[in-house]
Design a binder for this molecule. Structure first.
Ligand code: ADP
Length: 400
């Protein structure tokens, strides 16, 4: 069965076509700069790579170009759209409504629209992608997989904020958490690599990319995570501040007479690695500059690692121990410097880093010593597989 996975952003659509249940990837690609006369289509299949510059003004055109490319006889991927049985959409916010992936219906789309207020940058774009795919591939079963769903197992003591309860009752103000599809995939793979049944394992997943979050996954369920009502809470990120005293926000707003939108931009787009270093949100630049003696880059690096370390400690406490710590995302998968910095002096918790394994890690790798009680590892995230699996399973269930 062929499943198309779509990840629609405000100006981009990432896609993969997979054969399920074999999980074979037939094609993978990206449409970037939607809305500009110089949009870009990047496409890879059977070792062939295509990059084309074309005008793609909206998501409808984007999805139709993806479908046309898949049908291109020269690429020999599919002959007809009828071969695609399902479309799995990545959706950022499912609020409290969805604790797992679902088949899309008018009612579901209506609920996603209501979540737009909670994810104004993401959900409207996700919905555009859904509408386009529904128009262009009406014969397919369309499903949604949510970034928030995996974290819906958090207990109320973890997801509630200590503010007047009416804000939860009236506006659903609480911690939701994000990157859930990645945390789910990586925690499952981590349990396999550590050779512990998923239902018995205590795993800390560090998803460190431009956006970064950590989750505590106990016995297959997320019991806490660092991102909150929005993806701003928790770790220091590329351009986001992560945790800070709300009092600091009030103080800066008063001092500089900033509007709500201005303070929102300050903490979401001008803070984090970028704000502290003063020159880049990219961890590679920060590492290089720190190595050249740039003090602010060194400070940004130290702060980033320290916050990850603190959350690992606190999640080990929350779970009553930890069996495995998994690193993923652009930084987690690629930065041996950060991983070593985060894991140093963790002997008291039973973590001992294998330096050579850490320095040469490629793909899913254990980076702790054989005698380390806690297994540290690198796991390459694969959100598309989870979306394709869920879509496949929902189609199977619906046709029984
Ligand atoms: P996003 O959240 O946008 O998906 P990614 O997961 O792609 O982000 O991660 C991007 C981050 O990964 C950037 O900060 C980038 O510098 C960092 N990164 C990628 N490769 C390396 C590397 N070899 N060493 C250190 N950082 C890296």
């Amino acid at each position: 069965m062929k499943i198309l996975v779509l990840n629609s952003g405000s100006s981009s659509i990432k896609f993969q076509l997979l054969v399920m249940p074999q999980e074979t990837v037939m094609a993978v690609g990206l449409i970037d700069r939607i809305g500009s006369p110089k949009s870009v289509l990047k496409f890879e299949s059977n070792g062939k790579k295509i990059t084309r510059e074309i005008e793609i003004l909206d998501h409808d055109t984007g999805v139709s170009i993806i479908v046309e490319t898949l049908k291109n006889p020269e690429l020999n991927i599919i002959q007809s759209v009828d071969e695609i049985s399902g479309v799995g959409h990545r959706v950022v916010h499912g609020g409290e409504w969805f604790n797992s992936s679902v088949v899309l219906s008018d009612d579901v789309v209506q609920k996603l629209s209501q979540c737009c207020e909670l994810a104004p940058l993401h959900n409207p774009a996700n919905i555009k992608g859904i509408m386009s795919a529904q128009n262009l591939l009406p014969h397919t079963t369309q499903c949604a997989a949510f970034d928030t769903a995996f974290h819906q197992t958090m207990p109320s003591k973890a997801f509630m904020y200590a503010i007047p309860y009416a804000y939860y009752e009236n506006f659903k103000i609480r911690k939701y958490g994000f990157h859930g599809i990645s945390h789910q995939y990586v925690s499952q793979e981590a349990a396999k690599l550590a050779n512990i049944p998923y239902s018995e394992a205590k795993i800390i997943v560090c998803h460190l990319g431009n956006g970064a979050s950590i989750s505590a996954v106990k016995h297959g369920k997320s019991i806490d995570t660092t991102m909150g009502l929005t993806p701003l809470e928790g770790l220091m990120m590329g351009t986001r501040s992560g945790d800070l005293d709300v009092g600091a926000a009030c103080y800066i707003m008063r001092k500089e007479n900033l509007s709500v939108d201005q303070i929102d931009t300050l903490f979401n787009k001008k803070s984090g690695l970028s704000g502290v270093s003063g020159f880049s949100s990219d961890m590679r630049d920060i590492q290089n500059a720190a190595a050249d003696g740039n003090e602010r880059a060194q400070l940004a690096l130290d702060m980033f690692a320290y916050r990850v370390k603190k959350y690992i400690g606190s999640y080990a406490a929350a779970m009553g121990g930890v069996d495995a710590i998994a690193f993923t995302g652009g930084i987690g998968e690629n930065s041996k410097i950060l991983r070593a910095k985060i894991l140093q002096d963790f002997d008291f918790l039973g973590i001992s880093l294998h330096e050579t394994a850490n320095n040469t890690a490629h793909g899913d790798t254990i980076i702790s010593t054989d005698s380390s009680r806690v297994k540290a590892m690198v796991i390459e995230t694969n959100e598309e597989i989870i979306i394709a699996r869920d879509t496949y399973n929902l189609i199977q269930k619906n046709t029984v």
